[in-house]
Design a protein around this ligand. Structure first.
Ligand SMILES: Nc1nc2c(ncn2[C@@H]2O[C@H](COP(=O)(O)OP(=O)(O)OP(=O)(O)O)[C@@H](O)[C@H]2O)c(=O)[nH]1
Ligand SMILES: [Mg+2]
Length: 430
């Protein structure tokens, strides 16, 4: 089996990344009942023997000692990373994986990209190489960052360029969080436009997620619960709303939104993390869905979303889930797929289903509700994230994402006239 390394940059990148590690640990804990370090775990975690002075790695097949995430955490402020180090995930990372400064990039793309990018170049490359050296067969780098701030967008895209220079053969998949219209960072449209050029040039595949879509989904879920419909209460441990895990303390404004993105990453990596008859390699996603190298923005959608919050909702039938995946309420950017042109799309299902209309199938359904053995030493026996018995479906397609991108350009107030809209949005990217 192959391995992947997650690079999380900036406040948003680290907060989303943290939720991903938390959910991934719980999912593996649910599946891995015998406490042995297997290849599935090895895809995103190292098993380290802390009795050895250099924290030597244990081989596949041995008992789980200390799991360390295959991750590099970068932020030019200390707050979020320090919070992670004091929270339940503290033992999943060690100091060699972290890089922080104190003052941040002040929401300025250029400070992140140029100032910090140059100052920390060697240290970043060093940490990336170390993470890569721990892998037998490195398949993919996942970058998680926001487009609106200075560090995530500026330094994050600088890291992307470094990855291309240092590891040209390794696939680079980026999960980018786009700002909402009400974003309080005034420079966010500028930062987004500057970062997008880098994403177009240096990544193999981008999964854009818009904060406004996440806000809309979370508020619809809250409405459902406040509507007092019988059986529509939000499950306290639901993957959609729970802020527990990853970060310590009470639920924060972004927690519910970050859970949705973490679920997307969890599902998209499930084929890489578990065996299956119709497994889709991460490289294959990029290869099959990207018709032209620069046209690599794959719009993700996720279903079920609301049922995650409601134990009493009957299980959705597979055909209902398929149509949900194409409806605008389930898209993670604000786009209505029914009014756009699909260039390619992939349907990925998790759970035990029989159908031929799929790109990928991971037999392992997402989580369960029993307490599983604890894999991360720091993670308590928490309830598992998702609804048992329900299939998650994660779909990515290339189509009219141009709405999001046009909006960023318009907000930036560019004096350059926007290209005429074509139905496939290709003019922006080719
Ligand atoms: N979904 C989500 N969005 C976030 C989160 N944190 C910040 N954002 C959004 O990200 C943008 C700001 O970027 P940050 O990630 O905070 O900035 P940064 O990368 O730390 O950069 P600097 O603070 O300028 O050094 C804004 O659009 C915020 O709305 C988060 O945890 N989740
Ligand atoms: Mg910051």
């Amino acid at each position: 089996m192959t391995q992947s390394v997650v690079v999380q940059v900036g406040q948003c990148g680290n907060q989303v990344g943290c939720r991903f590690w938390d959910l991934a640990l719980r999912e593996h804990a649910y599946v891995n009942k015998n406490g042995l370090y297997d290849e599935a775990l090895g895809s995103f975690f190292r098993n380290v023997d802390s009795r050895e002075s250099d924290g030597g790695a244990c081989v596949v097949g041995g008992r789980i000692q200390h799991l360390k995430a295959r991750a590099v955490l970068v932020d030019m402020e200390e707050g979020v990373v320090n919070e992670i180090l004091q929270g339940p995930l503290r033992e999943v990372f060690d100091s060699t994986q972290l890089l922080t400064d104190v003052s941040g990039s002040g929401n300025n793309w250029a400070v992140g990209h140029m100032t910090y990018g140059s100052a920390y170049r060697e240290q970043i490359v060093d940490k990336l190489r170390k993470a890569a050296e721990h892998c037998d067969c490195l398949q993919c780098f996942f970058l998680i960052h926001s487009m609106g701030g200075g560090t995530g967008s500026g330094l994050g895209t600088r890291v992307l360029g470094l990855l291309e220079e240092e590891f040209p053969e390794v696939c680079r998949i980026v999960s980018s969080i786009y700002p909402s219209a009400e974003d309080d960072v005034v420079t966010s449209p500028y930062n987004s436009v500057l970062a997008m050029r880098e994403l177009t040039e240096h990544s193999d595949c981008v999964l854009p997620v818009e904060n406004q879509s996440l806000v809309d989904i979370v508020s619809r879920i809250k409405q459902m619960s406040h509507g007092g419909k019988q059986g529509s209460a939000i499950r306290r441990d639901s993957a959609v709303i729970s802020g527990q895990g990853g970060l310590s303390g009470t639920e924060k404004p972004f927690d519910a939104m970050n859970n949705i993105v973490a679920n997307l990453l969890l599902n998209i990596t499930s084929s890489a993390r578990f065996d299956g008859s119709l497994n889709m390699d991460l490289n294959e996603i990029a290869m099959n869905l990207v018709p032209f190298p620069r046209l690599h923005y794959l719009v993700p959608s996720l279903t079920p979303l609301y049922t995650l919050a409601d134990v009493s909702v009957p299980t959705r039938r597979l055909d209902q889930m398929f149509s949900d995946a194409f409806s605008k309420d389930h898209q993670l950017i604000r786009a209505d797929p029914k009014r756009c042109l699909y260039l390619a799309c992939a349907l990925m299902v998790r759970g035990n289903v029989q159908t031929e209309a799929l790109a990928a199938l991971c037999l392992l359904e997402p989580g369960g509700l029993e307490d599983g053995p604890v894999l991360g030493t720091s993670c308590g026996p928490l309830p598992l994230p998702a609804c048992p018995g329900k299939q998650h479906l994660c779909e990515a397609q290339v189509h009219g994402a141009e709405g999001t991108f046009h909006k960023a350009l318009q907000e930036e107030g560019s004096s350059t006239p926007l290209p005429a809209r074509r139905r496939d949005g290709a003019e922006l990217l080719l």
